[in-house]
Ligand binder design. Structure first.
Ligand code: SF4
Length: 226
């Protein structure tokens, strides 16, 4: 496929997903500030948004700003968030993150990728989500498990392994125009969460099924069984 054809296919997909999820936005709740949103995104790595939403009510009641969290006792933070995956490491990271914010950034969440990744627990994906969702800035495409699965099933990227998030992000950034980067995460996450699910994706009603590598394979397998 030529570069132009790849781009046309990618924009067809984006437009179709946008029709299905026109008001796509994060499902992380309970945050009102950049600091709280950043903490939510850090906690959401390999955890569900619903699970994160359950713990952040108490977490932000006790520690509404980086100043309070920087001085928190690890045991208390651990017990507040212990229903989500990797709670021990995440508790350590968010306390450390709050300390770095206080010492190096005067308690203000930075709005650049290069500064955000200096914070504990913040990598390219987390930083890209915070920049796009909170600051409305497109500095990178955030590829999580849903985005990785959707774009590899549709063969939008050459990377075959849906878990190679950084490689996939770089490929997508080479295909989509920068002004659209923020949409990719928001819309593809919801499409992956509710339509192109890991198990039992809703292929029969999916507008992309005729171009989908995954759907083609499943159809072939079914016809061989018959
Ligand atoms: S056809 Fe199925 S696997 Fe392919 S994108 Fe649609 S829902 Fe996902």
């Amino acid at each position: 496929m030529s570069k132009l054809q790849v781009k046309e296919k990618a924009y067809f997909v984006l437009n179709e997903v946008e029709k299905l999820y026109p008001d796509a936005k994060t499902e992380l709740a309970n945050w009102t500030t950049a600091f709280q949103f950043l903490v939510c995104v850090v906690l959401s790595a390999q955890a569900t948004d619903k699970g994160v939403n359950k713990v952040t009510v108490d977490l932000f009641r006790k520690y509404p700003t980086s100043k309070e969290l920087a001085n928190a006792k690890l045991e208390d933070v651990v017990s507040t968030i212990n229903s989500i995956n990797f709670f021990n490491n995440k508790a350590k990271n968010i306390i450390k993150l709050a300390n770095i914010l206080e010492s190096d950034f005067s308690g203000i969440v930075p709005d650049t990728l290069s500064d955000l990744v200096k914070l504990a627990g913040v990598g390219y994906k987390t930083a890209s989500v915070v920049l796009s969702e909170y600051f409305n800035k497109n500095e990178g495409i955030a590829v999580d498990t849903h985005v990785g699965r959707v774009v590899t099933r549709l063969n939008l990227v050459e990377t075959k392994n849906e878990k190679e998030a950084t490689k996939i992000a770089k490929e997508l950034e080479g295909i989509y125009n920068r002004e659209d980067w923020g949409k990719i995460n928001k819309e593809f996450v919801l499409f992956g969460r509710y339509t192109c699910k890991a198990k039992n994706p809703m292929c029969e009603t999916c507008p992309m099924r005729e171009m989908c590598g995954y759907y083609g394979k499943v159809k072939d397998q079914k016809s061989k069984v018959k």
